[in-house]
Design a protein around this ligand. Sequence first.
Ligand SMILES: *Cc1c(COP(=O)(O)O)cnc(C)c1O
Length: 434
Amino acid sequence: MNYYSTNKHSGEATLPDAVIKGLAGDGGLYMPKQIPQLPASFIESLPAKSLQEIAFTVAAAFVQDEVPASILKELVEEALDFPIPLQEVEKGIYALELFHGPTMAFKDVGARFMSRLMAYFTRNESRELKVIVATSGDTGSAVAAGFYNVPGIQVYILFPKGKVSPLQQKQLTTWGGNITAIEVEGTFDDCQRLAKQALADEKLNKTCLLTSANSINIARLIPQSFYYFYAYGQLQQQGRPVVFSVPSGNFGNLTGGLLAAAMGLPVHHFVAATNANDVVPHYLRTGNYEPRASVPTISNAMDVGNPSNYARMQELFEADHQQFSAAVSGYTYTDDQTRSAIREVYRQHQYLLDPHGAIAYLGLRDYLAESKSGAIGVFLETAHPAKFREVMESTLEHAIEIPPQLQVFLNKHEQFLPIKNDFEQLSMLLESSI
Ligand SMILES: *Cc1c(COP(=O)(O)O)cnc(C)c1O
């Protein structure tokens, strides 16, 4: 199966080409030419299947004969070697905990799958592969963990100065080895623009093999559809419509869910839940897409003003606002509402929401109350609350526990290269560090 660019000015690519390039030559994002369809018998069999079994079948539908089945099976099992529990928080409302991977954010799912697939596709490549990743907080460390010490691969993480939590910054800047952290004097959107510019730059692409590890890379998107099937399978026997609520920034996670639905998963409805950076909810309400500069919030991994995956969602809905808004409802919440939800859910249910999950929880609760559809719902819990320790502790007014997995980062020495929001500076840095 081939992959096409959402800008439609570049030719089609095979999966290995799409994964290695990251972004198409015309600046578009890769999408599968046809959305693979999974048979009803597969959907019916979900409750009896493990996460890894489900992931293998879904991955194989995208990968087809580009990776031998035995290697793909091993790859999926290695990438998903941690649990993704579904916890009932209150009646009919479930948290899908995506944060039990090594860096404790859902980005581990995509990054672990992508790094392994990329290593496989470049196994005969003699040039060094440079992976560029813009991060709003969690992507960078998940990608670093996925590629750390992989021979032949250099990773460059662009993070916005002063806009990630202290623990997130530790997780970005303390790796050393083949991981270089770059602090950009700007916002996440600036980092994302610089990364895209590097990928499209002819001169740079002559001297090295550049690729992107953001959710613009199709290899991160594919695995983000696996867990929708897995969660749905666990609720299927209740015989009620199932809604998914996704805390969204760049909308890669939600696009993974929309892909699952397009493949045949009978999801009743999706909720796109955002913080004050609400360009997509605004679009869903009005039909007008008006990207703008992002504003900082306490759910910082969602501070995105011009979400990349908007282009992919438009493809899935054939650029039809009516289709789009019939399948997805947008909800947006302030920092105060986020903090109240964290306090309230902890008090009533002893469940600790992180600021991102809290927004998805609110979106789900409000949608279920308004729609009166008799549906049950899953909100995606995308990070461990301890990653946002300062916000959590000031909200709850008591200390929270830091898991050992995160504690190891606290005493490490930070190292990063500061640059201005300037492509020339980045380009020189990428060329020089050979
Ligand atoms: C990245 C991130 C999000 C947003 O995911 P998108 O795929 O960019 O929409 C939400 N929550 C957390 C914790 C994240 O790290």
